[in-house]
Design a protein around this ligand. Structure first.
Ligand SMILES: [Zn+2]
Length: 407
């Protein structure tokens, strides 16, 4: 045997060994991919405005998602997944009305989230777990308008089901055809009467009467679309009030109240904007009381799942907050020409109803039902007309300045 032949034989033995190894590896990989993908947990947290859904998997999933209407749904298809999840975690709440899951065909499993109304998918990410094995799918869903939902459907029709968030589905887009939109929120309602005056005036009736007058004043100007969160005596959750504002793509959200305070001598209007830290003890106490509205109606404020609740911490965008502050100051300015104000009339506290991430929002306490003069004024249509006039002037100024900068 020549040296060259020996070399060739050694080489071919090596190739055989190599082929064997490759073959074994392929067999092993086929076996691994034949084992179904496993969803090991499903969690969701949020409210009627925004929800985060987190699904954990034993390995990297390849989800495809799409929107469906009638009713509004988010469908997430997962090739070949089996579900090892705790069905307790599927209990619907917030924006999500129901969660269903199961196999829809050979090797395809599906999760269907039905929502309370139109929404958009802000993002849907596939992430590798840092401190545990496996992967997770994180979906952020936010209440939106019917128009925005339709727009997302149209994008989907062009791109088919996608694993990525469609780029054109951005809420910040400009809509030149859309008029400046105001959503007025008469505080309380239904089972939640709100505060009660010395002479028996119920806050929920005053807020509704005032909101209707403000709506009429704004309609007179003729340049805005004006909606109310409620136009009759009905109970609404705080997060549903915010969801309604988002559904109308509100440029401004005005919540109307007339509460009581321990000190009967205190009177006058106050304008509040949201803040994690209250401006003073009274503002804090007031926000605490207002935030109890849902509890009054027997709705448990869910103890959010810590794993997923981080989205709820601080969603208020700095720009939105700046606009809220600016509008609050202009309401204070206009009201000071027509009705009495409290000392330091612009205050702030952590009102849940003011927590829309992208809608400038204020809460106006028209006066105190615990003060006899204020109570009388609040019942007086002339006084209410004057106050509504001032607020509508502030709205007009705000709308003009926003339109001028093209916002
Ligand atoms: Zn109130």
């Amino acid at each position: 045997m020549r040296l060259a032949d020996v070399g060739r034989r050694v080489l071919s033995n090596f190739s055989l060994l190599f082929l064997l190894i490759v073959g074994l590896a392929a067999v092993a990989m086929t076996a691994a991919s034949a084992a179904p993908l496993e969803m090991t947990s499903y969690k969701m947290a949020g409210d009627a405005v925004r929800m985060r859904v987190v699904m954990n998997f034993d390995r990297e999933p390849e989800p495809k998602w799409l929107l469906l209407r009638g009713p509004h749904r988010l469908v997430i298809d997962l090739p070949g997944a089996k579900f090892s999840i705790d069905t307790k975690d599927l209990k619907a709440h917030g924006l999500i009305k129901s969660v269903r899951y199961g196999q829809v065909g050979e090797g395809v499993s599906r999760v269907v989230l039905t929502t309370k109304g139109p929404f958009t998918v802000e993002k849907l990410d596939i992430l590798k777990n840092e401190d545990a094995p496996g992967y997770r799918v994180v979906a952020d869903i936010i209440a939106a308008s019917e128009r925005q939902f339709e727009e997302a459907l149209a994008v989907q029709a062009q791109t088919t089901a996608s694993t990525a968030t469609p780029k054109t589905d951005r809420l910040e887009e400009n809509h030149p055809q859309k008029r400046f939109t105001v959503v007025i929120d008469p505080g309380h309602g239904g089972i939640d009467g709100g505060a009660e005056g010395l002479n028996g005036t119920i806050e929920k009736s005053i807020t509704l009467a005032f909101a209707l007058e403000l709506k009429a004043k704004l309609a007179e100007i003729g340049s805005y679309d004006v909606y109310m969160t409620r136009d009759k005596d009905e109970f609404l959750r705080l997060d549903d009030r915010v969801r309604i504002a988002r559904q109308h793509e509100a440029d401004l959200f005005i919540s109307i109240h007339a509460d009581t305070i321990r000190l009967k001598g205190i009177r006058g209007a106050t304008v509040y904007t949201v803040s994690e830290k209250a401006s003073d003890a009274e503002a804090q106490a007031l926000a605490d009381r207002e935030n109890l509205s849902d509890k009054l109606a027997g709705i448990e404020i869910e103890d959010e799942n810590h794993e997923v609740a981080d989205i709820l911490i601080d969603l208020i965008r700095r720009e939105t907050h700046g606009f809220s502050m600016k509008f609050a100051q202009s309401v204070v300015g206009e009201l000071s020409n027509s009705v009495g104000l409290i000392n330091n009339p612009h205050r702030f506290a952590g009102f849940r109803v003011l927590k829309a991430p992208d809608v400038p929002s204020v809460l106006i306490e028209l006066g105190y039902l615990s003060n006899p003069e204020d109570e009388e004024q609040l019942r007086d249509p002339d006084w209410r007309g004057k106050a509504a006039d001032s607020i509508s002037k502030a709205v007009a100024g705000f709308a003009a300045s926003k339109t001028a900068v093209g916002g």
